[in-house]
Structure formats: structure tokens, C-alpha cells
Design a binder for this molecule. Structure first.
Ligand SMILES: *[C@@H]1O[C@H](CO)[C@@H](O)[C@H](O)[C@H]1NC(C)=O
Ligand SMILES: *[C@@H]1O[C@H](CO)[C@@H](O)[C@H](O)[C@H]1NC(C)=O
Ligand SMILES: *[C@@H]1O[C@H](CO)[C@@H](O)[C@H](O)[C@H]1NC(C)=O
Ligand SMILES: *[C@@H]1O[C@H](CO)[C@@H](O)[C@H](O)[C@H]1NC(C)=O
Ligand SMILES: *[C@@H]1O[C@H](CO)[C@@H](O)[C@H](O)[C@H]1NC(C)=O
Length: 285
């Protein structure tokens, strides 16, 4: 009994606190005569929620359901959606999504969108589109999202080669791997790739990755990609290659441990990269 009554006291305290919070919020809205006094995201005489649209799934060109994603709040008084000035009939509205039925809207054309509720209007020009002709990509929010290696409004233009990431090498050079875009069917001889002014030797190359052997060097160096047929410069990555003085060439060929750029070789291996076999020190068999 004692437990239940103290629980009831706690509950009533909580509800008093809650009602005080909500009355303080409503006093902000009722006393405010300008939008300045509303909480962020609210405006108008009554501090109404400012809804917005963040994305959509279009209908087919001959009509159908459209989904609009966004923040629409809990109240949808007088909700209307216009696409290109034509009513999209509301099917259902949630705080995160509005579903409406659109009539014929010819594809590949942009339409303005107006979403009105609670006396507030959200408008965006050239917003809605049912894009059907993306060549190497897919439609998202009316725009083509291109696959890697393609660009242009319809993803019909092949990108120039570029490097997104490339691994570092020791100051003595060594094996590196690069990710990016290197054309649809690149061959080892398609490009000349330079680190600083020295040539990187390509070992293997595909559309999105190549591996090769970096020359000796130090510090940060530019990477450049040339068309090896006509020597046209296709890409420059300013300071995008790093020589790391703590790395060892070939990682000591697994015959030693790289300690801050110096190979400490396992017996009987020797040499700067633990690649030489010290036969003199070999135990007699
Ligand atoms: C949409 O509204 C929400 C809530 O007011 C806000 O947090 C968000 O930043 C808005 N997004 C855009 C794109 O305006
Ligand atoms: C603000 O709220 C009052 C009282 O509910 C209502 O009469 C009035 O129409 C509202 N104004 C707007 C702009 O929504
Ligand atoms: C939106 O598009 C419709 C149809 O093209 C047009 O009549 C209307 O004026 C546009 N609204 C705005 C605000 O641009
Ligand atoms: C690093 O490169 C600079 C020129 O870029 C050169 O002067 C310097 O000697 C190099 N240092 C080493 C340790 O190789
Ligand atoms: C390189 O240049 C040749 C000759 O101009 C051209 O045919 C080829 O398409 C170019 N390759 C790349 C990858 O740009």
C-alpha cells in the first residue's frame, strides 16, 4: 500500500512537471505576435511547425502514387500537395511521409512542388521529376545518380580517370594500391602514371583499382595520369602521394621486422631489405 501511494505521488509530480512544460511552451506560442519568439523550426502567430520535404519517390509518367519524405509534424490541417500546379490527392500523411496520387506528369521534366498545411506553405521550384533516361545510373529525387566512372545529367559521359585513395610507400619505393576510376577496359599501357616526376610501374589495372611499384622519393608528391598514346594530362592529385619514412621497402620481404623504416632481419637473412642470404653465417649441415 505504502509503495503504491508513493508511486502515485511520483506519478502526479511527473504529470505536474509535464503540464508545466507544455503550458510554458503554449504560453510562448499564445503570447507571441511575431515569428521571432517561436522555438526554432516553428513560425507564425501560433508558432506552427515548419514542415519540409527532403526527398520523394516519383510516380510513373501516366500517374500513380508519389511518396514525399520529410518532416511534416503531427498536425496536417488543410493539407494540400501541388505538383506543377496540379493537385496530388492526399492518400495518407504521417509526420515523416506524405503519400498522394498524381495524375499524368510527362517524364524528364521538372515540376515545382507546393506542400501546404496548418496555414504554412513549403515550395520548391524545379523539384519533382520522373527521370527515365539515366544511361549509367538510377534516378534519385529526380536526378540521375551515376555509377562510378560516369557523369553528366544523364550519366552518359565517361569520367576522366581519377584516384580516390592510394597507399603510401617507403622512401625506397615499393608496392602501392590505388582506388578510383581508370576507364571501362584499361590495359597496363593505357596510362602513364607519375609520382612527382618519376614513373610508377603499373603491375595490374582494372576499372576501379590499380596496383604498381612506386619509385624512390620522399615527402608528399603530386600524382599525375597521362594518356600514354598522346601524352595528354588526364588527372593531377596535388600532394596526394605520401612517402612514409617509417615504412620499409617490401616490408622486409617477410624476412625481418620493419622498425621505424629500418629492417631488422631474421637470421640468416641480411641486407637493407632482408632480401640477401648470408651464406657465410649459415650453419654447417
Ligand atoms: C526539416 O525540418 C526539420 C525539423 O524542423 C529540421 O530539423 C531539418 O533541418 C529540416 N531540413 C531541411 C532540409 O530543411
Ligand atoms: C491561431 O490560433 C487561433 C486560435 O486557435 C486561430 O483562430 C487562428 O486562426 C490561428 N492563426 C493561424 C494563422 O493559424
Ligand atoms: C508552379 O508550376 C505551375 C505549372 O507550371 C505554374 O502555373 C505555377 O505558377 C508555378 N508556381 C510557382 C510559384 O512558380
Ligand atoms: C627529399 O627530397 C628533396 C627534394 O624534394 C631532396 O632535396 C632531399 O635530399 C630528399 N631527402 C632524402 C632523405 O632523400
Ligand atoms: C588516349 O588518346 C587516344 C588518341 O588520342 C584516344 O584514342 C584514347 O581514347 C585516349 N585514351 C584515354 C583513356 O583517354
Amino acid at each position: 500500500m505504502k509503495f503504491i501511494s508513493s508511486l502515485l505521488i511520483i506519478l502526479s509530480i511527473v504529470s505536474i512537471c509535464l503540464s508545466q512544460t507544455s503550458s510554458s511552451v503554449s504560453s510562448v506560442s499564445s503570447s507571441s505576435s511575431s515569428s521571432q519568439e517561436c522555438l526554432p523550426g516553428y513560425s507564425g502567430v501560433n508558432c506552427t511547425f515548419n514542415h519540409n520535404v527532403t526527398g520523394y519517390v516519383p510516380a510513373y509518367a501516366h500517374g500513380g502514387y508519389v511518396l514525399f519524405w520529410g518532416d511534416f509534424g503531427e498536425t496536417h490541417d488543410g493539407l494540400s500537395v501541388l505538383i506543377g500546379g496540379t493537385t496530388c490527392s492526399i492518400f495518407v500523411a504521417y509526420f515523416w511521409m506524405i503519400k498522394c496520387y498524381a495524375g499524368v506528369l510527362p517524364e524528364n521534366t521538372f515540376y515545382n512542388v507546393t506542400v501546404t498545411q496548418n496555414g504554412i506553405t513549403w515550395f520548391q521550384d524545379n523539384y519533382y521529376r520522373y527521370q527515365t533516361n539515366c544511361v549509367n545510373g538510377e534516378t534519385l529525387n529526380g536526378y540521375c545518380q551515376c555509377e562510378t566512372g560516369f557523369t553528366g545529367e544523364l550519366c552518359d559521359v565517361e569520367s576522366s580517370p581519377y584516384i580516390n585513395t592510394i597507399s603510401s610507400s617507403s622512401i625506397d619505393g615499393g608496392h602501392v594500391i590505388a582506388d578510383g576510376w581508370f576507364g571501362q577496359d584499361p590495359q597496363i599501357g593505357t596510362f602513364s602514371i607519375l609520382i612527382g616526376n618519376k614513373k610508377l610501374r603499373i603491375v595490374q589495372i582494372g576499372s576501379t583499382r590499380f596496383s604498381g611499384v612506386a619509385p624512390q622519393g620522399n615527402g608528399s608528391q603530386d600524382i599525375t595520369i597521362y594518356n600514354s598514346t598522346n601524352n595528354q594530362l588526364l588527372y593531377t592529385g596535388i600532394n596526394s602521394f605520401q612517402y612514409d619514412s617509417t615504412l620499409c621497402y617490401g616490408d622486409c620481404f617477410a624476412n625481418g621486422i620493419c622498425n621505424n623504416g629500418v629492417c631488422e632481419c631474421f637470421y640468416p637473412w641480411t641486407g637493407p631489405y632482408c632480401f640477401e642470404f648470408n651464406s657465410c653465417q649459415c650453419p654447417q649441415i
